[in-house]
Design a protein around this ligand. Structure first.
Ligand code: IMP
Length: 421
């Protein structure tokens, strides 16, 4: 069954692990949005590997890994990741890259930094140039991966975009990069990547028609989606189910199942509303227990309790079929676990979830305290052997959001997983 794995919170839900658990059952693993702002952490045995741009499917040597047209690609970053994987003997023979993926350039990164400093509202981006690269795409100015393959044409087209971007950087108080500092590097990347560059839409269509099993790998999370997230505190791509079709060119029939990933609590990096956020010692304790430091930027993540109205919103937007609940073990030992079950506005009226920051700023969560558990869920691989209160926590979530929890993660490694359906 062709399956999408996507985040239902603000990213970092543990998609890397979920995809890693699932990938061996698929012939093709596709990334379709975002760029190297993502950070997927995977443990291969005891070894921790962090991927930013490569699909997690590369850990399953039998599957083809595809970077689709919806991904914004920094070719130097891509080659650095390929090189580091090859150094540990990972076989990347089956990695292909869309000729139509927009390129990220050093001036995008500088613009990202300059906008962050100049912006009246600070977003807390990863400063990787993701937003400015997508802006150039919708502004109809982008250069694409295919442009790297023709040196003369590339030189001709990059100059006006480079110059216009540098003027913007200067206007926003930044330091523009010199064209000479990256031009040859990019052309060299084109030479090294050429054999992997293809029309991934046509390739994926053929795979689909041939009955190959396709796994779509989401990056970021629903609440960071450009359309349905907590705008403007979002990323610049479609991090919901809609991104699959725009970012691959496949029709909706090529997707049969949506698995949504949520932590057993909540985290967020960067600015923006977070109604169930914790502060002080309580936050620090949860952050430490969960190892909540950004895979891409190393920033400490903001942490809080599970927000069930927000989770239900993400389930609705994406038509999620099954929940993959991660990091349940992080809640081990807590006497009680609060979850948000509703919000009240300033007049005490019950209101549903809205992603709009202005509305989220005026509401307070309505809490329900669920019993914690003393015996560890950590490392548990059998649902029946989970502490009773942990099973109750899971069924409370299921009742609230109206779908089943199909998989529970109880530790970092692939083996620490309970698969129910
Ligand atoms: P950008 O994607 O770098 O433009 O950042 C926009 C917002 O999305 C910032 O709050 C980032 O911290 C957040 N963000 C982007 N990628 C990820 C991710 O993979 N995990 C978590 N947050 C992310």
């Amino acid at each position: 069954m062709n399956t999408l794995v996507l985040g239902l919170q603000w990213g970092d839900e543990g998609k890397g692990k979920a995809i890693d658990c699932l990938a061996s059952g698929f012939d093709v693993v596709v990334r379709f949005q975002g760029g190297h702002n993502a950070g997927h952490t995977i443990y291969v045995g005891e070894r921790k590997v962090v991927l930013h741009l490569l699909p997690s499917g590369i850990f399953s040597p039998s599957s083809v890994s595809v970077i689709g047209n919806g991904v914004v690609v920094d070719p130097r970053q891509l080659l650095a990741e390929i090189d580091s994987c090859e150094r540990v003997q990972l076989d990347l023979g089956k990695l292909v890259l869309s000729e139509s993926a927009p390129l990220i350039f050093p001036f995008h990164q500088e613009l990202d930094v300059a906008y962050e400093s100049a912006r009246c509202q600070h977003i807390g981006t990863t400063r990787r140039g993701i937003g400015p690269a997508y802006e150039d795409h919708t502004g109809r100015r982008s250069l694409f991966v295919r442009d790297l393959l023709d040196g003369a044409e590339f030189r001709r087209r990059i100059t006006p975009l480079h110059d216009a971007s540098c003027r913007l950087i200067e206007a926003n108080g930044g330091t523009p990069p010199a064209l000479d500092s990256y031009l040859n590097d990019y052309l060299e990347c084109g030479r090294r990547l050429a054999s992997r560059v293809t029309d991934t839409r046509a390739l994926l269509y053929k795979y689909w028609k041939d009955g190959k099993r396709i796994l779509y790998e989401g990056a970021q999370g629903t609440l960071l989606d450009i359309h349905f997230g907590t705008y403007p505190f979002v990323t610049s791509s479609m991090a919901t189910v809609a991104g699959v079709f725009a970012g691959t060119g496949l029709p909706h029939q090529a997707l049969q199942r949506v698995i949504g990933i949520s932590k057993a609590y909540a985290t967020r990096v960067g600015e923006g509303p977070f109604p169930t956020e914790l502060a002080g010692d309580e936050a620090e304790a949860l952050r430490k227990r969960g190892g909540e430091y950004g895979a891409t930027t190393g920033r400490p993540r903001r942490v809080g309790w599970l927000d069930l109205p927000a989770l239900r919103y993400a389930v609705e937007i994406n038509g999620v079929d099954r929940l993959f609940l991660t990091k349940l073990d992080v809640l081990d030992g807590l006497p009680e676990i609060p979850v948000a079950v509703d919000y009240r506005d300033s007049r005490g009226k019950s209101v549903g979830f809205s992603p709009l920051p202005d509305r989220l700023a005026t509401i307070t969560p309505v809490w329900r305290s669920l019993p914690g558990w003393k015996e560890p869920a950590a490392g548990c691989r059998d649902f029946a052997k989970l502490p009773g209160a942990a099973r109750h926590y899971i069924s409370f979530i299921e009742d609230f959001i109206g779908i089943s929890v199909g998989t529970v993660s109880t530790g970092a490694t692939r083996a620490d997983t309970i698969v129910r359906s």
